[in-house]
Design a protein around this ligand. Sequence first.
Ligand code: FES
Length: 172
Amino acid sequence: MQETCKTLKAADLEKLEEICARRGADQGAVIPILQDIQEVFGYLSEDAVNFAADRLEMPRSHFYGVATFYAQFHLRPRGRNVVTACTGTTCHVKGSENLISILGRELGIPEGQDTSPDMNYTLEKINCVGACSIAPVIIINNGVHSKMNADKITKEVIKLKGADDGKQRGKD
Ligand code: FES
C-alpha cells in the first residue's frame, strides 16, 4: 500500500469513504467520485485523490489523468468567487489581455498566481467560451458579461466586492 492521507482528518476520511462506497468501484465511478470530492472539499487535493485511487485499487495516475483532462476539475484550492476571462482569438483581439491585468490588480491577485492570498477571488483564463459575437467575454461566478471594457470591468469588480462584503457581514 502506498503512503497516503498525510493531511486528511478523521472527518475527511469518513466523507471520502462514504463517497467511494456510494459510487462503487468500477472504471465508471472515477468521474463521479472526483466530482463528489470536488463538491465536498472545493478542489481535488492530492491526498483525497490518492485515497480514492487506493480505495478503488486503481493506479493513481489514472485518477490524475482524468482530473487533468477535464476542465471542470481543480487540483488546487480556488477562491470563493471565480472570475473567468476568455483569452480566445476574438477576445484577445478585442483587448482581453488588458482586462485580465485590470482584474488581477483589482482582485488583489499576485503576479504569476491565480488566487488572492485571502482566498476570496480566483482569476481563470479559458480559450473561447463560444460567444465570440459578444467578445470580449468575462464570466463572474457563472454570470456571463459581454462586450467588456475597462470601465465595465471596474464597475463589475466593485459590484462583486460589495456583494462579497455583504455575504461576509451576513455570516458575522
Ligand atoms: S474568443 Fe472569446 S468567446 Fe470566443
